[in-house]
Design a protein around this ligand. Structure first.
Ligand SMILES: *Cc1c(COP(=O)(O)O)cnc(C)c1O
Length: 445
C-alpha cells in the first residue's frame, strides 16, 4: 500500500491491530486457522455455556437445525426458481425437493398462500418489498428509532436506498401504541404508498385493521416487518398481520422463530407473486445457501409441533420478568398495561447511568442485554440511549419458566439498584445457567 494513503476502516483499530499481531506471530497458516477456531471456542464456552443471554434478536437453534447448517448441500449451487428448467445448473433434483419442502412448510406455519425461502437476511426482504412495491420518490410511513423502528425502513437502510420519502408513524408516548388520530391526519395528507409496521422494540400490537382502512382510501398498503415477532405470530401469540390487513409480512428466521439466521417473506395476493419473486431472483439472491434452506425447513417442522407452546412460554416469561423487575423498583416500560405482549422487556435505565453503562455492567456479570433507544430519546443518541432491551427467547428454549425470571430479576436488580459489583454475581449467574443446558421444544429432546 502507498504509505501516503490513509487507511480508512470502520472497525475498532485496536482489535484489527490485535488480529494482525496474532497472524504475524503464527509460524504457519495452519496455526492461523487454529487461532480462528480458538476464538470460536472461547465464544462457545462463554456465551454458549456461562452466560444468561437476554438479547432479544437471538434464539438457540435445535441440534438438528445446527447440524443441517453444515450439510453437504451447503456447497451446492442452485440459483433460480424451484424446478429443473428454472435453474441455471443441472443436478438440482434433490435440492428442488429440499426447497419445495421448505416453501410448503413455511406456508403451513404461517397459514399463507405464498412464501419465499431465499432471503439470506430479513433486511433483504425489506429491500425486496421496497424494490417490488414502490418507485423512487414515493411516500412511505414507518416508525422512528426511539419507538423501535429499524434502519431497514428508514433513510439509512433499504427504504432510503430506494429513494423513498419517509414520514414518521406517530406514536403515543404513554400507551406505546400508534396514535391513530394523528396517523390518519398525516397519512391523508401524504398518502403513503406503503406503511411499514413492526419494530425491533415492540411491546404491544398495532391497530392494523384501522390503519389499513385509512390507507385503503387511496390504495395504500400495509407491510408488516415482523422480524422480531415472526415466531410469536406463527405460534398464534401475537396479532395476525396478514389476517388484519397487511399484504406482505417479512421476518427474521433467527429471532423468535428460532431457525437459522436469515429471512422469510409471506403473502396471500397472487398479484404480488411476480413482483416479489422477480426481485428476489435475479436481483437480491443468487447462491442462497441451500444448507440454510434445509435448516429453515427443519425449524419450520419443529415449529408446527412445538411453536404454540414455546411461544406462549416466551411471552409468559417476558411478562413475569417485567413484573419481577418492576416489583424490585426498576422502571419497566408498559407497566400499566402488563409490561409486554411479546418476548421483550424494556427498561428505562436513565437513573442507573443509561443503556450503554448498564449493558456493560451486566455483561461483566455474564448477563447479556443491549442498550436501546426508548421513547423520549433522540435518534442521534443511539450510542448512549436511556433504555435497555431484553428478550426471553433463549432462556425459554433452555427450559426456564416464571420462577427463574424472579431469580434473573433479582440478579439484575442487584447490579442496578444495589450497585453490587457485577463480577461478584458472576458465579451465581454461571450456576443458574449450568442447570439449563438442553434445547427444548424440538425433536432432539
Ligand atoms: C432485526 C430486524 C431486521 C433485520 O433482520 P436481519 O434478519 O438481521 O436482516 C429488520 N427489521 C426489524 C424490525 C428488525 O428488528
Amino acid at each position: 500500500m502507498n504509505p501516503m494513503t490513509k487507511q480508512v476502516e470502520v472497525h475498532d483499530p485496536g482489535i484489527l491491530q490485535w488480529a494482525r499481531e496474532i497472524i504475524e506471530q503464527c509460524p504457519s497458516p495452519r496455526l492461523m486457522q487454529q487461532e480462528v477456531i480458538n476464538a470460536v471456542n472461547r465464544n462457545a464456552l462463554w456465551r454458549g455455556e456461562e452466560c444468561l443471554n437476554l438479547l432479544a434478536p437471538e434464539a438457540p437453534t435445535s441440534p438438528t437445525v445446527r447440524r443441517l447448517l453444515s450439510a453437504e448441500v451447503g456447497i451446492r449451487a442452485a440459483e433460480g426458481n424451484i424446478g429443473p428448467e428454472q435453474r441455471w445448473f443441472a443436478g438440482t433434483r434433490y435440492i428442488d425437493e429440499i426447497e419445495a419442502l421448505c416453501v410448503e412448510l413455511l406456508k403451513k406455519v404461517f397459514r399463507t398462500n405464498y412464501a419465499d425461502h431465499r432471503l439470506v437476511a430479513s433486511m433483504i426482504g425489506n429491500m425486496t418489498v421496497y424494490a417490488a412495491m414502490t418507485e423512487p420518490g414515493d411516500n412511505i410511513m414507518s416508525l422512528t428509532q426511539p419507538f423501535g423502528g429499524h434502519s431497514s425502513n428508514r433513510m439509512d437502510g433499504p427504504a432510503g436506498i430506494r429513494g423513498l420519502k419517509i414520514w414518521d408513524v406517530p406514536m403515543d408516548l404513554v400507551e406505546l401504541e400508534v396514535d391513530l388520530e394523528a396517523f390518519s391526519e398525516i397519512a391523508r395528507k401524504v398518502q403513503p404508498k406503503l406503511v411499514t409496521l413492526g419494530a425491533s422494540m415492540t411491546l404491544f400490537p398495532f391497530p392494523l385493521k384501522e390503519m389499513a382502512q385509512v390507507v385503503a382510501e387511496w390504495g395504500g398498503k400495509i407491510v408488516f416487518d415482523g422480524a422480531h415477532q415472526l415466531g410469536l405470530i406463527g405460534g398464534g401469540q401475537f396479532q395476525d398481520p396478514l389476517g388484519e390487513g397487511a399484504v406482505v409480512m417479512i421476518g427474521s428466521a433467527g429471532k423468535t422463530f428460532s431457525g437459522p439466521q436469515s429471512g422469510i417473506i409471506v403473502w396471500n395476493d397472487p398479484a404480488l407473486t411476480k413482483p416479489i419473486t422477480d426481485t428476489i431472483f435475479p436481483a437480491l439472491a443468487a447462491t442462497h445457501q441451500v444448507n440454510r434452506v434445509a435448516a429453515l425447513a427443519a425449524a419450520a417442522a419443529e415449529f408446527l409441533a412445538f411453536g404454540k407452546e414455546y411461544m406462549a412460554q416466551i411471552v409468559a416469561n417476558a411478562q413475569a420478568l417485567g413484573k419481577a423487575l418492576h416489583d424490585r423498583g426498576i422502571p419497566v416500560l408498559g407497566a400499566h398495561k402488563g409490561f409486554t405482549r411479546t418476548h421483550q422487556v424494556i427498561l428505562d435505565v436513565k437513573a442507573f447511568g443509561g443503556g450503554y453503562q448498564v449493558a456493560t455492567r451486566l455483561a461483566k456479570a455474564n448477563i447479556i442485554t443491549n442498550k436501546n433507544l426508548i421513547p423520549g430519546d433522540r435518534p442521534e443518541d443511539w450510542d448512549h440511549p436511556s433504555g435497555l432491551r431484553m428478550g426471553t427467547t433463549e432462556v425459554t428454549r433452555l427450559g426456564m419458566k416464571e420462577a427463574e425470571m424472579e431469580v434473573i430479576a433479582d440478579l439484575i436488580a442487584r447490579v442496578l439498584a444495589n450497585k453490587e459489583q457485577p463480577e461478584v454475581l458472576k458465579p451465581r449467574v454461571m450456576e443458574l445457567r449450568s442447570s439449563f443446558r438442553k434445547v427444548h421444544y424440538c425433536f432432539d429432546e
